[in-house]
Write a protein of this length. Structure first.
Length: 256
């Protein structure tokens, strides 16, 4: 079975360009909940290209980041080389030798779902100090309101090529209840769930960069991706080379 996680490692610069980033309010809420002082120690699980890392370094935290992909690890190591409080551990979060009860905060941005759920939550609790904060959050990008004609055309593209459609935006009410209860069931206290959204307009290049940053796209072969991207580019050009994207984010916080 193909390990879709490895697809993210193929093109770190492209991934950095395609991803939507995270809203400032998310980090404001996270830091307010954690109540950490400068010098606090944070563990990031699956840093990728570090889109969630800099706000925590700017808050004065020391960040130990874990990354499975060798190219992504090299990218982020270089990106944050000037930060003395940054250290990168290359390897699998579930297997690395990390110190017990050493971290004030453990966070993961759009990566925690790749881990074996039961064991990963237990490892979080093992690594966090008593009273430490777990922060798990995700970004979801979908066509924005008023894009129904374009959505229909894109669905026809996928159908004509015999490719599965990208996942639709989740039912956030149900998802947030399930994710928050997941933390509670693993013993985390004071669990909170937060939702954010923002919109942006992309051209064909930007939309294809977004597609390339998704695991769904990695599941296609190189020739299939090229055919899909070429066809989608043509569709977008007939729609004024503009597409409105709604980025939605869900954040879950809990105290160890």
């Amino acid at each position: 079975m193909q390990d879709l996680r490895k697809g993210f490692d193929a093109d770190p610069a492209g991934y950095e360009t395609g991803r939507p980033g995270y809203p400032d309010k998310l980090f404001t809420d996270l830091l307010a909940y954690a109540g950490l002082n400068p010098g606090g120690r944070a563990l990031e699980i699956g840093i990728g290209t570090g889109q969630a890392t800099q706000p925590l370094l700017q808050a004065g935290l020391r960040v130990d980041a874990v990354e499975l992909g060798p190219k992504l690890a090299a990218f982020s190591r270089q990106k944050f080389a000037r930060w003395p409080g940054f250290y990168l551990h290359a390897g699998d979060f579930m297997e690395l030798d990390l110190p017990k009860q050493a971290f004030d905060l453990a966070f993961s941005a759009s990566a925690f779902h790749w881990l074996p759920k039961g064991r990963a939550y237990g490892r979080l609790r093992y690594l966090l100090k008593p009273g430490g904060t777990a922060a798990l959050f995700w970004a979801h990008s979908a066509l924005g309101p008023g894009q129904e004609p374009l959505a229909q055309k894109l669905a026809q593209v996928y159908a004509s090529l015999g490719f599965p459609l990208p996942p639709a935006a989740p039912d956030f009410a149900r998802r947030m209840e399930r994710k928050a209860n997941g933390l509670r069931k693993r013993g985390f206290k004071g669990v909170q769930a937060h939702y954010y959204e923002q919109s942006r307009q992309l051209d064909a290049d930007g939309y294809i960069a977004l597609l390339r940053s998704s695991a769904h796209h990695h599941g296609l072969g190189p020739d299939e991706r090229l055919r899909l991207e070429t066809t989608i580019r043509g569709v977008l050009e007939t729609h004024g080379n503009k597409v409105l994207i709604r980025d939605s984010y869900d954040l879950y916080l809990g105290c160890n």
